[in-house]
Design a protein around this ligand. Structure first.
Ligand SMILES: [Zn+2]
Length: 584
């Protein structure tokens, strides 16, 4: 056979519900990628996670292949394999169509469910198969997913669903629509039982599936460049009479708009899923008895911050630091100094295995707030930092650490997630203030901050906030309604900037230095006033290079904090937090 003929034979194009061409998984020896047109060897594609080796385009993956890619070998146990549709509308030709697809795919329906282990962690998984009527959700798909989720709730297992769907199944009419409510309701019960649900969105995830189980994950991951949306692009174009911009409704677009936590390539999918499962493993939460020993072990010794004052006298290093204490205006300048460690530096120096999670699930992923999951000395925690940049360029991208409402909503989302899984929350505060701008007002900056204060006051998990630079106004407080608030020695915390204070009270922003002195914004002033609990000493000319000594003080401090608060009954914890602010 001539080479051209081989290409000809395989140059089939697969059209989906939206009329877009899609790459197909090659079955023969040689295939042509219909994304880039390059000749590719089927074997290479199979071994390379069904990614085009030339253009890195993602081919769709059959359900069973997907399970092979994700589950540990020989751990998958299929559930409800025999479940099929009863053709509820008696729609003519539907049964024949389903029978033909069953024959072609070797599947009985468009989703495969069951139990598997991923990196040794047990989970219930469900995988849609796009070959089966675009994995539309009829009664059988809805029922299989619902049963899997119900069983996961009963057996206290996490759920992972790989979505790939055209949405509702037209041939089943209103019965198909009801599957959206049914699957969502089962997931609500699973969530209320404190279990983890990870949704993985693959190309395409649309319609009724997007508007139900696909978007309900505690953590939502997506494959690169997957089409994800409620309405199909062609429907939107017809409705608005305009061409859609490039990249519209793709994973990257959703990430930017705050609807997914992360884009995860196939190479790292199994590892990322295993890590997230491990971080939610019940024995590994701070409340677990195993880890209490770990915390206790680390909190011993004279470095414990709580003992700082008792030990300061005998500690020459700390005495020196006390003597160097700066007047307020100097602290203001130091707290803003270029080169001073920023939130991300603390995350990388104090924690391991940081998994950044993105988005507020409403509008945007705000780069002025960085947050996610991590381990602190083997204990899963949620860590959130107001993020200044390290260079001018990065500062512009991160809006100079001034969060938008979306940033506060992201941080609240992550805190509520932490509450669900009983993970302690550790916040790093460093902001000149919440962003003052047109869009911030349009999206409710005040409401976003207020909601944080409201919710944090009663969050049923320990919260520690550490002010590392500027603690500017409500924008800082929104992440500092905590059980304890600590401050770096030269950080500041105030009602507004000294410039703003001088300008409002004396109509002269040049008197900022004078204002700083009267505002009581230094760490030692605030400690004396009972606004904060601890002061963390810092070296002169503090930079990332000299962070180690500071972190050596913070680490046993955090360990001690976790020891004090993680064992507390939630009622006692929230009552204590209420009391902390009630007396101010
Ligand atoms: Zn290609």
């Amino acid at each position: 056979m001539k080479l051209q003929n081989m290409f000809k034979k395989t140059n089939r194009r697969n059209r989906n519900a939206f009329g877009e061409s899609r790459p197909e998984v090659p079955e023969g020896l040689l295939r042509k990628c219909n994304k880039c047109g390059a000749a590719i060897i089927a074997e290479e594609v199979r071994e390379g996670n069904y990614i085009c080796p030339k253009c890195q385009g993602y081919f769709r993956v059959h359900a069973r292949r997907r399970i092979d890619m994700i589950a540990d070998p020989d751990t998958f146990e299929e559930w409800d394999e025999e479940l099929v549709t009863c053709n509820p509308l008696q729609f003519r030709g539907y049964e024949e169509k389903v029978a033909a697809l069953q024959e072609k795919t070797g599947l009985r329906e468009a989703v495969v469910t069951g139990r598997a282990e991923i990196g040794g962690e047990p989970a219930v998984i469900g995988v849609c198969d796009g070959r089966f009527l675009m994995a539309s959700m009829g009664e059988a798909v809805g029922e299989k997913i619902t049963r899997a989720v119900e069983r996961a709730t009963k057996e206290k297992l996490p759920v992972i669903l790989f979505a790939c769907s055209g949405g509702a199944r037209m041939q089943e009419g209103i019965i198909s629509l009801m599957q959206m409510a049914k699957t969502s309701a089962a997931l609500k019960r699973h969530s209320d039982a404190g279990q983890l649900y990870i949704s993985v969105l693959t190309d395409p995830t649309t319609g009724g599936v997007t508007a139900s189980f696909a978007m309900l994950g505690d953590i939502i991951l997506a494959e690169p460049n997957a089409l994800i949306g409620f309405a199909g692009p062609r429907v939107i174009e017809q409705t608005i009479g305009e061409k859609l911009p490039k990249g519209f409704q793709r994973s990257e677009f959703l990430l930017e708009h705050g609807f997914i936590d992360r884009i995860v390539g196939r190479e790292e999918q199994k590892a990322v899923l295993a890590q997230i499962l491990r971080m939610h493993h019940k024995n590994e939460t701070a409340a677990g008895s195993e880890n209490k020993a770990v915390i206790a072990g680390h909190s011993r010794g004279p470095q414990n911050l709580e003992n700082r004052e008792d030990h300061a006298e005998g500690n020459p290093q700390m005495q020196v630091l006390e003597k160097q204490a700066c007047p307020a205006w100097e602290s203001v300048q130091i707290s803003r100094k270029k080169g001073r460690p920023v939130g991300i530096d603390y995350i990388s120096h104090l924690f391991t295995d940081f998994v950044e999670l993105h988005g507020d699930r409403y509008y945007k992923d705000d780069p002025a707030v960085v947050g996610g999951l991590a381990y602190f000395q083997g204990i899963p925690v949620t860590v959130i930092a107001q993020a200044k940049g390290k260079s001018t360029k990065e500062n512009v991208e991160r809006n100079f650490g001034m969060p938008s409402p979306d940033g506060y909503r992201k941080s609240l989302r992550l805190m509520k997630q932490a509450e669900k899984f009983h993970r302690p929350v550790i916040c790093f505060v460093d902001t000149p203030g919440a962003f003052c701008g047109l869009e911030a007002e349009e999206r409710g900056q005040g409401e976003a901050i207020a909601k944080n204060l409201f919710e944090l006051s009663a969050l049923k998990t320990p919260i520690l906030s550490i002010i590392i630079g500027e603690g500017g106004s409500g924008g800082a407080l929104a992440m500092a309604v905590a059980d304890e608030v600590w401050m770096l020695e030269n950080s500041i915390y105030s009602i507004l900037s000294p410039e703003g204070f001088a300008s409002i009270l004396w109509k002269d922003s040049k008197r900022a230095d004078e204002a700083a002195e009267v505002m009581k914004l230094t760490a030692s002033d605030l400690k004396n006033m009972g606004i904060i609990e601890q002061i963390i000493p810092e070296p002169a000319d503090y930079t990332e290079g000299s962070m180690d000594s500071v972190c050596e003080t913070i680490k046993p401090g955090i360990a001690g904090f976790l020891e004090r608060y993680c064992g507390m009954e939630t009622g006692e914890l929230t009552a204590k937090r209420y009391g902390r602010f009630r007396k101010m």
